[in-house]
Design a protein around this ligand. Structure first.
Ligand code: ADP
Length: 574
């Protein structure tokens, strides 16, 4: 899976792949089982066909053997008496051993006729009356003539029902065996001339086939029809295992076999419905399909769970990476700040040290005291100390803001007055550098603010305007719309590049080189925190090289939900 894909898509793709693989495997397995079942079904069907065909032929061989036995009786004796015939036939126990056989008779051949001389009934069907000419019935005559000419046991075509038999429509047929004056004739001519008579046996087709115990017409087992004649030219129906054949549109297997039954072709047609399979094998493919779908579902669920776990792990790793980067950049920022802070503290300290050494020399033994120089030195020391104290205050404010431990003392204040007073304090410094500092304040801009923090805000903005103002005039404006107060400090100094403007209100952020301008990059950060604590906001509009205007907007009513940031009232100003 490409790692360039979006994460949710990657995880959905994994689940989709699992679904696809699961369905594919299920389909292949089901198809395989289905094919195996079909092959097994086909094999079982073929076995049933082979076995059914063999049993019919074996049974007909048994019947033929019985009739050949009776023929042997007549061949071995010149005259067989009725009693002898009766005794012999019953001694063979044909009724038990040869199901379907309805009786055995003997008809001597006299001048083209074959009147029935003896008849021993064995089956349920009524026998032909003695004296009936077997040649009188055309179907039987055809069989008798064939038997006479071939010398073989010969089966007739389907016969009309026996006299007195039920009209169930069940077919009957005869099996006849010729016998001749010995020795056995070998030519057609000799057979016709030496024919002595026939052993005759009528059969009930249904009894005969059913006694084979094949096929039992139950659901799912093959059915069998037997027709007289060949497959191409099938004659009347001899046997039908299932009275109602399956409708033609149902899918089924079919096999047609033509067998020789005592010289007569019989066509056996085996059919099996599509449900034929044995042992309920068909249900196996549904089991495979069901299990496959179930496994696919499980696979999808597991894959999805895994994908989700992976997504969570990836998100956690990304978060860890982000935190590590944040920690790293915080450390970097801290080191950078420590460097700047050390430099910033070092500068006034060095200057203080030099001034003190100078003073020491002035006051040392033998030195002539120049009071004017001493006074200048002391003033310089005072300035450096003030600068150091200012730096320390900034650091302390930062620490308080970071720890959220500033408290505000709100009171009613006139912003114009506060600004004017602070401006006066700056005037000495501004005049020293020849900077014109003007204040235009609308009267009565009064609101609920913390005096010390408000002064800190104004002081920071004014000192920046003087520091970065290039000595050009600085304008301070105070105005109000009745709900908010505005304070604008405009200088005409170095200005700020547009890309730097958003970041100068952040901690330690500076847009100038520390070689040209000293500073910790904390003044505007602290200012912004205080303005926001008072419920207002600060912005800057600037053009590089042309100056900047810092605008502070404060609600006259004070912070909306009480002060967010707390500064102790005795905290020093920057
Ligand atoms: P510092 O002045 O100690 O560097 P500040 O937080 O007061 O820290 O200011 C942050 C940065 O914003 C300054 O370093 C400077 O680049 C820029 N800046 C502030 N005020 C002005 C101004 N009036 N004109 C031009 N740049 C200014």
């Amino acid at each position: 899976m490409s790692s360039r894909l979006p994460m949710p898509l990657r995880h959905n793709a994994a689940t989709f792949c699992a679904l696809l693989v699961g369905l594919l495997v299920t389909t292949v397995a089901t198809a395989y089982v289905h094919r195996a079942i079909m092959e097994r079904r086909q094999r079982r069907f073929e076995d049933a066909v082979t076995e059914g065909t063999a049993r019919i032929q074996q049974r007909m061989d048994t019947h033929q053997a019985a009739l050949l036995g009776v023929r042997a009786l007549f061949a071995s004796s010149h005259q067989v008496e009725p009693g002898e015939f009766h005794q012999y036939v019953h001694s063979l126990e044909l009724a038990e051993r040869n199901p379907g056989l309805q009786g055995i008779g003997y008809a001597p051949w006299t001048e083209g006729r074959a009147p029935l001389l003896y008849m021993e009934p064995l089956g349920a069907a009524a026998p032909l009356p003695l004296g009936t000419d077997l040649m009188s019935e055309p179907t039987r005559r055809e069989a008798l003539e064939r038997a006479r000419d071939t010398g073989e046991p010969t089966a007739s075509g389907p016969m009309p029902p026996f006299l007195g038999d039920d009209d169930s429509g069940d077919a009957h047929f005869d099996l006849v065996v010729p016998f001749y004056v010995p020795p056995s004739p070998t030519t057609l001519e000799a057979r016709r001339n030496t024919l002595r008579g026939f052993i005759y046996a009528p059969f009930h087709a249904r009894e005969l086939v059913q006694a084979l115990r094949f096929p039992v017409p139950t659901a799912g087992s093959p059915a069998m029809d037997i027709h007289d004649g060949t497959a191409a030219n099938a004659g009347p129906l001899i046997f039908q295992s299932s009275p109602r054949p399956p409708p033609p549109h149902t899918s089924r297997m079919e096999r047609v076999v033509t067998v020789d039954i005592s010289g007569r072709p019989w066509t056996l047609r085996f059919t099996a419905p599509s449900s034929y399979s044995g042992l309920g094998a068909r249900s196996q493919q549904w089991v495979v399909l069901g299990s496959g779908l179930l496994l696919t579902l499980l696979l999808c669920l597991v894959t999805r769970a895994q994908a989700r776990a992976q997504a969570r792990a990836e998100a956690a790793t990304a978060e860890q990476r982000r935190l590590a980067q944040a920690a790293e950049s915080a450390v970097h920022l801290r080191d950078e700040f420590l460097g700047i802070a050390a430099h910033e503290l070092r500068t006034p300290l060095t200057s203080l040290q030099l001034q003190l050494q100078l003073l020491q020399r002035q006051l040392g033994p033998g030195a002539s005291l120049d009071t004017e120089r001493v006074a200048r030195g002391v003033a310089s020391c005072a300035r450096q100390t003030a600068r150091l104290s200012q730096l320390m205050d900034s650091l302390l404010d930062l620490s308080r803001i970071t720890r959220g431990r500033m408290e505000l003392q709100l009171e009613s204040l006139d912003l114009g007055e506060v600004v004017r007073e602070l401006t006066r304090r700056f005037e000495a410094e501004a005049q020293g550098t020849d900077v014109r500092l003007t204040v235009r304040a609308s009267p009565g801009v009064r609101g609920h603010w913390d005096r010390l923090r408000l002064e800190q805000v104004v002081t920071n903005l004014l000192s920046n305007a003087l520091k970065y103002g290039h000595g050009a005039p600085v304008d301070v404006r105070v105005d109000s719309d009745g709900a908010h107060a505005w304070l604008e400090v405009e200088d005409r100094g170095i200005g700020i590049a547009p890309e730097d403007a958003p970041r100068i209100f952040e901690r330690f952020e500076r847009a100038v080189s520390s070689r040209h301008y000293g500073g910790l990059g904390l003044g505007l950060f602290i200012t912004r925190q205080l303005v926001e604590a008072l419920g207002g906001h600060i912005s800057v509009a600037s053009t590089p090289g042309r100056g900047s205007t810092f605008t502070v907007t404060l609600p006259l009513a004070g912070p909306p939900r009480g002060p967010d940031v707390h500064v102790p009232p005795d905290a020093p100003l920057s």
